[in-house]
Design a protein around this ligand. Structure first.
Ligand code: G1P
Length: 271
């Protein structure tokens, strides 16, 4: 059963500087709605009961977004505006499902995951990276279904342009399970084009076995001096853990760069 999700939000967001020097990119509106809410909605609709948000003391603004009750209550008392009441109810609904964990040093996604170790209850959990929006089809929900069938770890995947492989984790396929699912034989974090085993990229949805915490404990820093989840996954694959690459069918939007962010708003407005 997959009932918990984690969302790493403590990154510095350097790809979106200068705005991220003072603001959390995950709260930036995409077609009028903060990016993080798309991710929360996907989790909740997929049946997730508890969502762990990994923030840092520099990103307290994210906690504040969900814990601004006094402010809402006083405005609602004065204005009785149905729109504001509706927005506040939505925040209260999210608040029942979320919990905060801190990663104060930006040491990478692998380190962020390790911070949630003592809160994960079941053998498998879901992780969503907030830069990656997948619209029209709930990717997390589909991955949970595939997990039930194969009892494996799963990563969302997409074929990318060979010249851009150094933006992603790239995996190679051991065998095809069905038209959308592949058994993975290796994964490399942001390889150069000449070193990439394929152009199958990992997109930010993962179902992970909690044994990953044991691998992360000893995980050395990799590319850019960060502890990467991809490097721990690679070790697990070499230790015969079953990882599936799932070619998702929804519409992918990369909000982690300024161009992608701008395009995402336009694309969502057209859906
Ligand atoms: C992370 C992962 C990378 C993955 C990507 C998906 O990179 O490290 O393997 O392909 O997310 O968005 P980041 O976006 O944090 O640089």
């Amino acid at each position: 059963m997959i009932k918990q999700a984690i969302i790493p939000l403590a990154g510095l967001g350097t790809r979106l500087l200068p705005i991220t020097s003072v603001f959390a990119k995950e709260l930036l509106p995409i077609n009028g709605k903060p990016g993080i809410e798309y991710i929360l909605d996907e989790c909740i609709e997929a049946g997730i009961k508890e969502i762990i948000l990994i923030i840092s003391n520099k990103k307290e603004i994210i906690r504040k977004y969900f814990y601004n009750d006094k402010f809402y209550q006083s405005i609602i008392k004065k204005k009785k505006d149905p729109r504001i009441i509706k927005e506040y109810k939505k925040i209260l609904f999210y608040k029942k499902k979320i919990k905060f964990v801190y990663q104060n040093k930006p040491l990478g996604t692998g380190d962020a995951v390790l911070k949630t170790k003592k809160f994960i209850k079941n053998k498998y959990f879901l992780m969503l990276l907030p830069d990656d929006l997948i619209m029209k089809k709930n990717c997390s929900k589909d991955m949970i279904k595939i997990h039930k069938k194969h009892k494996a770890s799963i990563m969302a995947s997409l074929k990318v342009n060979k010249n851009n492989v150094d933006r992603w984790g790239i995996f190679s396929i051991a065998k095809t399970l069905d038209k959308d699912n592949f058994k993975i034989s290796d994964v490399i974090e942001k390889p150069k084009t000449k070193d990439a085993p394929s152009n199958n990229a990992v997109i930010g949805r993962y179902i992970l076995n909690k044994d990953i915490f044991n691998f992360l404990k000893n995980q050395k820093k990799g590319k850019g001096g960060e502890i990467h989840i991809t490097d721990a996954i690679r070790k697990m694959i070499f230790e015969k853990y079953f990882f599936i690459g799932h070619k998702f069918t929804g519409k992918y939007l990369d909000c982690g760069t300024m161009n992608g962010y701008i395009k995402s708003g336009i694309e969502i407005s057209k859906l």
